[in-house]
Design a binder for this molecule. Structure first.
Ligand code: PHE
Length: 329
């Protein structure tokens, strides 16, 4: 075989080999050795040079050199191509990469507070019940000892549906429904939405949530009321919470009080609820004998409780559904 024929055959076999270029690094290495190694095809070609007549050596040498460059170039580019392919594959299957986090819903902070308050009162024997949000004047006001034109109506700015129907301004309406429909003794909490026609600001919103409490039995005193509120405050706000009862006025309780807790963050007393002993007039309105039955009632705002517990200073945040706010709970 002449030297030119040998060159041609090496090129052909090289072409065939790199046509299906291996991916396995060891196979790539052995292909490299086959052509470029110490005993490889190119080395063999160089060794045949020695047998040629002196006059043919330079041209033959040039042919082999350019073959070598040609093959080397092709081999290198295939090899680096295969390396980056291999890398791409590795990345595709990297099981240690962290996944893409899914946004996950959560329980609304008001619902969390409601659930917590409910479970505290349930643990001491209260049952939960509900009542209407669209209410007649009688249940929202009149039966609660708030007659028409009584100045106490101004305490709660009212949304009227008709002359005689309102969006309830408090959950106290359900006190009346409960006592109209059941015989004493009673022990209920009543969560629900209430509405007030107030200018919207950081501290008031046109709707909010309350929990009403009503306990009626034969020997219920103000001491029982203080006991239950004290128990509740310590469980909800923490064992070391400072609390005070402050005399107040509600038409449907007598005596009445408001309860404040000491807010360490703000450095002042904050009102958390209204309460008192059920007024005998209210018992008369529902047909309970007020010489036999006594009771206490309380009402608290769920937004307010949540704001105090978590140091939130704008009530409107509860209604904007901004995920950045909600996901903190
Ligand atoms: N209904 C009163 C309010 O909304 C709160 C309250 C409830 C006070 C029960 C006393 C007894 O302000």
């Amino acid at each position: 075989m002449s030297i030119l024929e040998s060159i041609k055959s090496v090129r052909n076999s090289f072409r065939a080999d790199i046509d299906s270029f291996p991916t396995d690094p060891r196979e790539i290495e052995s292909l490299r050795t086959k052509y470029f190694g110490r005993k490889g095809s190119l080395a063999k070609l160089y060794s045949t040079l020695a047998e040629l007549p002196v006059s043919e050596k330079p041209t033959a040498g040039q042919h082999i050199n350019s073959l070598k460059n040609e093959l080397q170039g092709e081999f290198d580019s295939k090899a680096s191509q295969s390396k980056s392919d291999e890398k791409g594959k590795e990345e595709l299957f990297d099981l240690s990469l962290p996944g893409i986090p899914f946004k996950c819903g959560s329980v609304h902070p008001l619902q969390q507070t409601l659930d917590e308050i409910k479970s505290i009162f349930k643990s001491v024997g209260f049952k939960a019940t509900y009542g209407p949000e669209i209410e007649d004047d009688y249940h929202n006001f009149e039966a609660l000892n708030i007659p028409k034109h009584h100045p106490a109506r101004d305490m709660q700015d009212t949304f009227f549906v008709t002359d005689n129907m309102v969006l309830r301004t408090h959950t106290s309406n359900v006190q009346i429904h409960l006592m109209e429909n059941r015989e004493p003794p009673l022990r209920y909490i009543v969560p629900g939405r209430v509405y007030r026609n107030e200018a919207v600001s950081y501290k008031s919103y046109c709707l909010f949530h309350q929990i009403e409490g009503l306990y009626v039995d034969k020997h219920v005193s103000m001491a029982d009321l203080k006991g239950i509120i004290d128990y509740f405050v310590k469980r909800f706000f923490g064992e070391n919470t400072k609390m005070r009862f402050r005399p107040s006025y509600f038409p449907f309780t007598e005596p009445s009080a408001e309860v404040d807790i000491w807010d360490k963050k703000r450095g002042k007393w904050m009102e958390i609820l209204g309460c008192g002993m059920v007024d005998p007039n209210v018992f008369d309105n529902v047909g309970y004998d007020s010489s036999v039955w006594h009771g206490y009632a309380f009402g608290m705002g769920i937004e307010r409780m949540t704001m105090l517990k978590y140091g939130i200073d704008d009530i409107r945040l509860f209604y904007q559904n901004d995920v950045r706010f909600l996901e903190q709970f």
